[in-house]
Design a binder for this molecule. Structure first.
Ligand SMILES: [Zn+2]
Length: 481
């Protein structure tokens, strides 16, 4: 049920997965003696700043709590995300995490733990760790001392603990029947070699102490259509994941020291992919389509390893009629090829209203048809912003930079919701930029993203496609104030 279709936050399939999880919790609850406290959290909204981008997110995590025998002790958090990326079925990332949480809930509801246990079955992880951020504005987050984060950074195989943040939680590993953790001296996460950030970093930044437990093998399948149940080679990986999670979870729930201890970090290096590429070890290419509604133009972009990406692009029929241009992307050390496309330009995809209140102050109302994601990009830093409906404060520890912000990312629980945003910038200056909205819904490929469908159909067998940005397709309108 969870992995039938790609189910990113911004998709209808995501709603179906969410309903399924709620119905499973109902079943579990009716079969146990200890009542589950389920919080269908459709009210936590969170605003914060990361780098030069401000973020506003309306969460819809599913939270579960089971009271422990010693409720005065700090609680243990178990976390996994139920969204996938737009280009994957999400069996490993993070379907196995979600079903493991459901099993742990079943277990703890029949075997009352020492510490209280809390489960964050969260949404929007793939778009920017939004579900863990939203959790931190929920009152239960204040009770947490330790956590176990379940992730899928590959596809199947043997799961591994690749990060821990303290001595106590590392001790919890000793109890597993298959402790599989590798110590790496270099801080590979800090070096940015692993591009998959996880909720672990959000929880530790909030002062919790915990472990990141994840699948890492077959990294090339990660975030692609090959992250399926059939590629897991049977239930072995899942059993191993559940078994280890249960052992770690049991010992975390029994830690009797009240404090979190000194750092003893474990790190694991996920291999970067390199040629030769084959069906077994495919090249990953990243898809993105940019539609400029002001100019009524559209451009398809595929990004990948220099020399190979050109071969992939040459297989795509629509490139036979349009000139292709490829350039190196200094940041990622990959090459981005692009060509014009005539698809996906629909006039009413995005609407934008601007109202200047006074010099240096305006209200922008941006709305995307049938989507939950929009953003506003500014040509100069805005000095302040406020999203209607937000609590009005930027989360502690993620303060607004003094030199302003150049991008606002906006996520809503409902589709087609207008975002009303107040911004201010230096008086007597002009403010220009683009308001855009993105679509990721695989169910709407036929309507919205035929260029992506074409890539899926014509991609060489030695390559796989993944998403490059929050939307598979993003349409923008320019403004000048
Ligand atoms: Zn994930």
């Amino acid at each position: 049920m969870i992995t039938t279709r790609p189910h990113p936050f911004n998709s209808r399939a995501n709603d179906a997965v969410r309903s399924y999880i709620l119905s499973r919790l109902n079943e579990i609850d009716s079969g146990t003696r200890t009542a589950l406290i389920v919080d269908n959290d459709i009210y936590s909204n969170v605003t914060w700043q990361e780098g030069r981008a401000g973020r506003y997110f309306e969460g819809n995590n599913i939270l579960v709590k089971i009271e422990g025998r010693n409720p005065e002790l700090k609680a243990v958090l178990f976390s996994a995300h139920y969204d996938s990326v737009s280009t994957a079925y999400g069996a490993t990332d993070d379907g196995m995490g979600v079903v493991t949480l459901l099993q742990l809930i079943t277990y703890f509801s029949k075997n009352t733990p020492s510490r209280t246990v809390v489960f964050n079955i969260n949404n929007g992880e793939e778009d920017g760790l939004y579900g863990s951020h939203a959790f931190l504005s929920h009152p239960w987050s204040k009770e947490i001392g330790f956590f176990l984060n379940l992730e899928g950074a590959g596809a199947g195989g043997v799961p591994i603990v690749f990060r821990t943040s303290s001595y106590e939680v590392t001790q919890a590993l000793k109890t597993t029947s298959h402790p599989h953790g590798s110590v790496f001296s270099s801080d590979t996460f800090a070096l940015g070699l692993i591009r998959s950030r996880t909720d672990y970093s959000v929880y530790t930044a909030a002062g919790m102490s915990g472990l990141d437990f994840a699948f890492y093998q077959r990294r090339s399948y990660y975030h692609t259509m090959r992250d399926t149940i059939s590629n897991l080679n049977g239930p072995g990986s899942l059993w191993l994941f559940m078994d280890s999670s249960l052992s770690i979870g049991r010992s975390l729930s029994q830690i009797d020291s009240p404090e979190t201890g000194r750092g003893l970090p474990l790190h694991f290096d996920l291999n970067l992919l390199s040629p030769p590429f084959s069906e077994e070890a495919p090249l990953k290419v990243l898809f993105y389509q940019a539609v400029n509604l002001t100019e009524q133009s559209s451009e398809v972009q595929l990004t990948g390893v220099e020399g190979y990406i050109q071969k992939v692009v040459s297989q795509i029929p629509s490139t036979w009629q349009h000139p292709i241009s490829c350039e190196a992307d200094a940041l990622s050390r990959l090459t981005r090829c692009k060509w014009n496309s005539t698809t996906a330009i629909t006039k009413d995809m995005v609407s934008l209203d601007t109202e200047v209140i006074r010099s240096g102050e305006a209200t922008l109302t941006v709305k995307g048809q049938n989507t939950r994601f929009c953003r506003i990009l500014f040509d100069r830093p805005v000095l302040a912003f406020h999203v209607n409906g937000s609590a009005g404060e930027v989360r502690h520890g993620y303060s607004f930079p003094s030199n302003g912000t150049t991008e606002l990312q906006l996520w809503s629980r409902e589709r087609s919701k207008p975002f009303v945003v107040d911004v201010s910038w230096p008086q007597n200056e002009t403010l220009q930029g683009r308001a855009s909205c993105g679509w990721s819904d695989s169910q709407d490929w036929e309507d919205h993203i035929p260029a992506f469908k074409e890539i899926l159909d014509f991609l060489p067998s030695w390559s796989l496609v993944s998403k490059r940005d929050h939307g598979l397709v993003e349409a923008s309108l320019e403004f000048s104030l």
